[in-house]
Design a protein around this ligand. Sequence first.
Ligand code: GLC
Length: 455
Amino acid sequence: MDAAVAQALDRLAPAFRLSAAALRALADRFGEELARGLAGEPSSLRMLPTFARQPRGDERARVIVVDWGGTNGRVALIELRAQGRFAVDGEESFTFTDAEKVAPAAEVFDAIAAAIEQVVAGDRRTAFPLGLIYSFPARLERIDRAIALPLTKGWRPTGLEGADVVELLTAALRRHRLPNVVVRAVANDTVAPMVLQTYRARAADPDARPAEIGLILGTGTNQAADLPGAGIRNLECGNFDGVVAVETPYDAALDRALADPAPGAQRLEKMVSGHYLGEIVRRIVCDLAARGPAFAWFTAPAFRDPFGFESEHLSLIEADRSPTLEATAALLGQLGVSSSLEERRALRTVARLVAARSARLTAAGLVATLRRIDPALHARHTVAVDGSLYGGYPGYGDMVVAGLVDLAGAAAGRIELEFIKDSTGAGAAVITAVAAGKAETPPHLAPPHPKEGDA
Ligand code: GLC
């Protein structure tokens, strides 16, 4: 490796390897923002009420679930069969184009309604409750009324902000002559892994503790938390801005370069989530290329064009265990790049720095939220996690755990991270079943759950 690049990498490392002290300061700041948000004071954490409640574990229902929060959406008919089991009867996926992200919102809801029509196979008689996972910020007024706040993740459909997403979906269902499908619940995606984990745990043991945090680490990142006295809240913590204290010039430049989300918005998400990690690496590579002869291929489209290099690529590089990084060479080859081993090693170093920082920032947010629930972290706690970054990047969970240890010492051993893949469908069914009050056991016969302080 030429000296200039080696030196640049050495300089880069400390800025990305957040020290335990820096992490603790971030967690403290996160805790302060959380308290301010809950008190209704200005805060980068919105702490939005969800009106969702923890399940008992014996709920049964047949629910149409809709999952929309990005480019890919999904509709399915899900049957909760209690004992923690569920079956998927029908399923339709859809993909939105970049044009649809800024088109009239009715187009999105029409696409969803058309998929629902497929899933119910034209059945216009059977009454179907519907649960909508809407993975953008929304101010809920009831479990079935959600006023859209400015969207994130590059979406800006017209006529959505300020409108009730349930009303918009209901109108689309009417246009598709499906009056038998009624939206009963709307929830953020973070709530889904939380309630699904609780549902499974309580199906096995009705007295099981609930999962107290639902965490998404995918295209975006966010937490829901079941907070004493406040119920289940959607933190919208992708917007946490305390991370400015540890930003690198690459983060600052990325933040300024984007119109959506606007500069200053979604600062934690821009340093943590899958949508951005590849882009941060791409920016670093371009910078290294400017410092010496290495990475002369940075003019290839994947490195020249913003967002040309993707977070999935980082996962492939991390998974490459061959001594000469053959899988990485093949990947770069597909991107039109012929690389040297030294360049591949440098690329891997950069990718690891960026991914590890993401995991450590996540750990800081988790510890801050858990301390709000249990200041000394005396008890055991469960964090239910879903998302392609957590599930797809090799060793990501271990890096989060390392961050938890730095922050909480031995207490980190009492924090369980449970990965719940594809939680949105069954999670939405659980949320809807709870909202509809459908249970195998009538409420007066159900065992009491004193830990459920979220009513
Ligand atoms: C973005 C959205 C948030 C969602 C997260 C994960 O941060 O604003 O609502 O939970 O992405 O999908």
